[in-house]
Write a protein that binds this ligand. Structure first.
Ligand SMILES: [Zn+2]
Length: 424
């Protein structure tokens, strides 16, 4: 078969990636970095760019009630299980140039390459651009893709955007969508989903590999707005024994959870523990005061629900210990939000591996630390897989870096997998 296999049009793939990345990244609030909030006019504008590019490639364009965009390159057998490929175009505030958009534009490049070579795939290929993936805006995991999959909960529509204070329902309306129609979305039949995404971690950069196949995604358990209550007092006047110092109590909890993390890793569990934000600098706080209040957020992640439960139970036990040892201290964790860990599809992982092998690559298998739309599709019963692209300088920050050549190589691997399937 290999002698009849079409070579990937590598120049066209590279040109498409850099041209369309520049088009999308021109759409942003003022810097530093790139900012396109979920369900904002900027996100809608970025979607319009992809619709424009996909229309020019002759794709059939469709939007669901939640504004997720589907651009279909028709396959030979329109009833065969389609292959959806895509990601999101919203960003965190002052985020990077590649998170989400690299995946969307990678999918577009796959379709551009198939078009250029005149290849009709075996099944429909559906470029998928989801909405509202970054949960920093609405405290809802994968709001856009879960809406499209008919899996939003009634209370999710009332979740408020962190900057405007308006609800998801209100922002849907502002972008021209009808929340009632979203509530009654009939999802597409479960199919295949593939998401290119930057790794957002150091593994591939450190080992010098351009891309990898992701076969599981960590889930999360979060307290976004936890509080510690104590007693305000004068720093010179309050004796040690009578203090209820919230910063000391918070520090105690942070070190205790760091020890819980080490213990669980030693026991062979997958886990991360992050206190991403500490707040003891309100106008009430001052040099000469014992802090009577503090706030924090806590993000636990693991590939197993049981490990998240165990870490959460340890958290409650540590809080009880600290409250007993430090009279006057009271923790209030507030609302908990969760996203489920997801095992991705083994047949889809093998599909990508076959394409990679055709260009001499043997990408490693790895775990995703961050949550992604692919997890939402996987949870809805789709055969879902991710392809991670090497990146460095972190992620969710303006310095986030990626080599477009690495993405181009991963795109070529998926192109080859599709070509091989169409030949088979
Ligand atoms: Zn992302």
């Amino acid at each position: 078969m290999t002698e009849t296999l079409t070579n990937p049009p590598r120049a066209l793939i590279a040109e498409t990636l850099s041209r369309v990345l520049a088009r999308v990244n021109a759409i942003t609030e003022g810097g530093p970095g790139w900012t396109r909030p979920s369900y904002s006019p900027l996100e809608s504008e970025a979607h319009a760019v992809i619709e424009d590019e996909a229309s020019a490639l002759g794709c059939e364009i469709r939007r669901d009630a939640a504004g997720n965009l589907f651009a279909t390159l028709p396959g030979r057998d329109r009833t065969a299980t389609p292959l959806y490929i895509g990601s999101h175009l919203d960003t965190v505030s002052q985020g990077g140039a590649y998170d989400g958009q690299a995946g969307v534009i990678g999918a577009l490049a796959v379709i551009a390459a198939l078009r250029a070579e005149g290849i009709t795939p075996a099944s429909d290929i559906v470029l998928t651009v989801t909405r509202a993936e970054e949960s920093v805006w609405f405290p809802v995991s994968y709001a856009g893709s879960r809406a499209g999959l008919g899996r939003l909960n009634p209370e999710d529509f009332e979740a408020r955007r962190s900057d405007t204070g308006l609800s998801l329902a209100e922002h849907l309306k502002m972008e021209g969508f009808d929340p009632e129609a979203v509530r009654s979305i009939v999802p597409p039949a479960p199919a295949r989903f593939l998401e290119f995404h930057i790794e957002q971690g150091p593994v591939l950069h450190e080992v010098g590999e351009s891309y990898a196949i992701v076969d599981a995604v960590r889930g999360g358990l979060r307290y976004r707005n936890a509080q510690v209550h104590g007693t305000w007092a004068h720093s010179g006047g309050a004796p040690r024994a009578s203090r209820a110092d919230t910063v000391v109590a918070m520090a105690d909890l942070i070190l205790a959870m760091d020890a819980v993390w080490a213990r669980m890793l030693d026991a062979g569990h997958d886990l991360t523990v992050t206190f991403g934000k500490l707040d003891a600098a309100s106008p009430q706080h001052a040099m000469a005061k014992v802090p009577g209040h503090a706030g924090f957020c806590l993000d636990l992640r693991s590939d197993e629900v049981a490990s998240l439960q165990e870490a959460d139970a340890a958290l409650q036990a540590e809080i009880a210990r600290i409250e007993a040892a430090r009279p006057g201290i009271r923790f209030e964790l507030g609302e908990q939000s969760r996203s489920a860990p997801a095992r991705l599809s083994e047949p889809m992982a093998r599909f990508v591996a076959k394409g990679a092998a055709l260009q001499g690559d043997s990408p490693r298998r790895m775990l995703s630390g961050g949550g992604h739309d692919a997890a939402a599709f996987g949870a809805a019963g789709w055969d879902s897989v991710m392809v991670f692209i090497r990146n460095w300088n972190g992620s969710h920050c303006p310095e986030e870096a990626m080599d477009e050549a690495d993405l181009a190589r991963a795109v070529a691997a998926v192109f080859l997998a599709i070509v091989q399937e169409s030949a088979g």
